[in-house]
Design a protein around this ligand. Structure first.
Ligand code: MLT
Length: 408
């Protein structure tokens, strides 16, 4: 009989969001009259920007002509999109990133997992706790961890606890680690990192020869002009970091699918024989073999994000969700709950009321207010006692959810 990948058997329960979906489905079946409001998974709700839709429509028309038809595209993405990204997202902020260092893909979730393909098995890996579960689960699946202990923490991973006491900013580890996952603005806590904090990580990584995997999927939600949007705003980061970005949350592409990964040329790792090897070449090789690129139509839609009209529409979307976050912050604070995040990120991180754990609060809100959120413990042991609400929803649903919670 065929053998399975035993590493999958080490995974704790289901992936967080399908597990929430399962519970919500059960609730919905038992309570068909309940009007559920979903502030759980960070999935956008507002329509795609007109600029993107128009670009995709005309790309479809082009595809209907012999001259404008596109078959397989470059696995790394079309040059015009890579140029637009390099210019607008990086060079305009003073980051020395060129178009050929941008790899267009169909998602940061996929890229942040797939990157393990080019990294060795012996790396010591650091993740924050709580953390976006994909970083942990993908390492488990790839056999880079041992088994999970009682608290759900995997042997072999180095957990950096983030909580209210350290401002949800992980402290630099005292021992050397090789691979460090950082996510700012942070999912799930909504925390942000200053330039000084990122510089401390870059300095650490350079002095230890470590690699930072920097997830900047939520950078568009940063309001404070002093805060860095990219790890490459920090001097020296080209030598020690890979960055993941997405069109999902800023431009509403969660269902359309387009993202990017930045692998600087000259960024190196070590082979088993001690030779230094460029990661760019390995990632390029990996993508060319295992990925056929994002569709021409979607890449044209993503390119329109950088048009004048597209930029305005994306800013309007971001402002809209951040106003939702402000409403959630204001109304939950008024109920006496202690809240964090939601100022530079579309997530509000809530301390659960005394005597209620994360899943207890999940059940309470689901059963009593018909509001779905995400239990903090689903993001890691140190997330216990916290709860996440997403600001991605219509204004009327956010207001209604807040009214229902206030009435509890
Ligand atoms: C979340 O809710 O944490 C996000 O939607 C997950 C994701 O973007 O994959």
């Amino acid at each position: 009989m065929v053998q399975v990948n035993d590493n999958y058997l080490k995974l704790k329960a289901g992936y967080l969001f399908p597990e929430i979906g399962r519970r919500v489905k059960l609730f919905g079946a038992a309570n068909p009259e309940a009007a559920l409001i979903r502030l759980g998974i960070g999935d956008v709700t507002e329509p795609l920007p007109l600029a993107c839709r128009e670009a995709m429509k005309s790309a479809i028309d082009e595809m209907g002509t012999a001259d404008g038809f596109h078959g397989y595209g470059p696995e790394q993405g079309y040059a015009w999109l890579r140029e637009a990204i390099a210019h607008n997202d990086f060079q305009a902020r003073g980051c020395e990133i060129s178009a050929d260092e941008i790899f267009v893909s169909d998602g940061s979730k996929c890229d942040s997992s797939n990157i393990l393909d080019i990294l060795g098995e012996g790396n010591r890996i650091a993740v924050t706790d709580p953390v976006y579960p994909v970083y942990v689960d993908s390492n488990v699946m790839a056999g880079r961890t041992g088994d999970a202990g009682d608290e759900g923490r995997y042997a072999g991973l180095h957990y950096l606890a983030i909580d209210a006491d350290n401002g949800f900013a992980a402290e630099i580890p005292s021992e050397p680690v090789d691979l460090i996952y950082l996510c700012f603005p942070n999912n799930p806590t909504g925390a942000v990192a200053s330039k000084a904090q990122l510089k401390a990580w870059v300095d650490y990584a350079r002095s230890n020869g470590s690699l930072i995997l920097f997830d900047a999927a939520y950078e568009a939600f940063i309001r404070d002009p002093e805060l860095p949007h990219s790890i490459f705003e920090i001097e020296g980061a080209r030598e020690c970091a890979i960055e993941f970005r997405s069109f999902s949350k800023n431009a509403g592409f969660t269902g359309t699918r387009c993202a990017l990964t930045v692998v600087p040329k000259g960024l190196k790792g070590k082979a088993a024989n001690g030779d230094e090897v460029e990661l760019w070449g390995l990632w390029n090789r990996r993508q060319s073999t295992k990925f056929n690129g994002v569709s021409y139509i979607v890449q044209r839609g993503a390119e329109a994000v950088y048009s004048e009209a597209g930029k305005k529409e994306v800013q309007t979307l971001v402002n809209f969700y951040m106003e939702n976050a402000a409403i959630i912050r204001r109304d939950l604070s008024a109920t006496g709950l202690t809240i964090y995040g939601g100022e530079h990120a579309p997530y509000v991180w809530i301390k659960t009321p005394a005597g209620m754990d994360s899943w207890g609060f999940f059940d309470h809100l689901l059963n009593k207010a018909h509001v779905v959120g995400t239990p903090g413990s689903g993001f890691g042991a140190a997330g216990e006692g916290y709860f996440r609400l997403s600001a991605f929803n219509s204004r009327s649903n956010v207001n209604e959810a807040m009214n229902r919670i206030a009435a509890l």
